[in-house]
Design a binder for this molecule. Structure first.
Ligand code: NAP
Length: 262
């Protein structure tokens, strides 16, 4: 491991192979972070994100790991430390939608378990492991401060009766953010939620027509699809230190969808 790499701040982005996570990886690399691009299954996609970052002069490595599995969470954090010598930022981005998008009267425990393992249990326990490493590094004077960013969703507050497990998991991410923000502020680790609206990605591709229609009807005031880069910009701003007296915030990136009208 070279000293020049050690001087770079390091970020672990879960689900960095595609969509919003890939844009966050590229953005953080542009801002000078050495990035661990985590993926579960899409090795080629993750390697292509890494290749893009390296071609642009950045530093990145792809690391496989299912955030729902305890041993993988340990391995992911260890990989950041082994490859880049430090860990400054964790972005809990990996997420899945409800399996089969079934009405709540037909919803299955299998979908519930898969969604909660990936969207809530994984981020909670990965934050726990990463926070302990960050505390160690900060107390040793090796890292000035830490950031944990949890990617939630407008489904934390907007009901979709065919994705109950997804909505509840994202709603819980809001409380999880507050809990870690409260606990970690004294350790100089700042914890925020970034809450996207409808963003163009593989996740929303199967329901593209529905969202095209909602946009045309003006369901949210900024009448367009959100882009992964819109979410990545918010993450980039948070880790830039622009919000130095803030923790536990929810940064909405939703085109104004949250505004209620009469
Ligand atoms: P996506 O295009 O489906 O990409 C999902 C990413 O998560 C992939 O990189 C995938 O890796 C990874 N992933 C899935 N399960 C994983 C696991 N168990 N462990 C590690 N990585 C895993 O989704 P997206 O639209 O970019 O969504 C990213 C985040 O934003 C999610 O938390 C989602 O809930 C949230 N969000 C999305 C929208 C939207 O409209 N798209 C709106 C609000 C919130 P592999 O390819 O290797 O499996």
């Amino acid at each position: 491991m070279s000293n020049s790499v050690n001087k770079l701040r390091s970020a672990l982005v879960t689900g960095g192979s595609r969509g919003i996570g890939a844009a966050i990886c590229r953005r953080l690399a542009q801002q000078g972070f050495a990035v661990v691009v985590n993926y579960a299954r899409s090795a080629d996609a993750a390697e292509s994100v890494v290749a893009d970052i390296r071609a642009a002069g950045g530093v990145a490595a792809a690391v496989q790991g299912d955030v729902g599995r305890r041993e993988d969470r340990q391995r992911l954090t260890a990989a950041a430390l082994e490859k880049f010598g430090r860990l400054d930022v964790l972005v809990n981005n990996a997420g899945i939608t409800s399996v089969g998008r079934r009405d709540i009267l037909e919803a299955t425990e299998e979908s519930w378990d898969a969604v909660f393992d990936t969207n809530l249990k994984g981020p909670f326990f990965l934050s726990q492991i990463a926070a302990k490493e960050m505390i160690r590094l900060i107390r040793a004077g090796l890292v000035p401060e830490g950031h944990i960013i949890n990617v939630s969703s407008v489904s934390a507050f907007a009901v979709s009766t065919n994705r109950g497990d997804y909505c509840i998991s994202k709603s819980a991410v809001r409380m999880m953010t507050q809990l870690f923000a409260q606990r970690l502020a004294e350790e100089k680790i700042f914890v925020h939620e970034v809450c996207p609206g409808v963003i163009e990605s593989d996740m929303t591709a199967p329901v593209k027509e529905k969202y095209d229609r909602l946009i045309a009807e003006g369901r949210w005031p900024i009448r367009r699809w959100g882009r992964p880069e819109d979410v990545a910009s918010a993450v980039g701003a948070i880790v830039s230190g622009a919000f130095s007296f803030s923790t536990g915030n929810c940064f909405l990136v939703d085109g104004g969808f949250h505004i209620r009208t009469l």
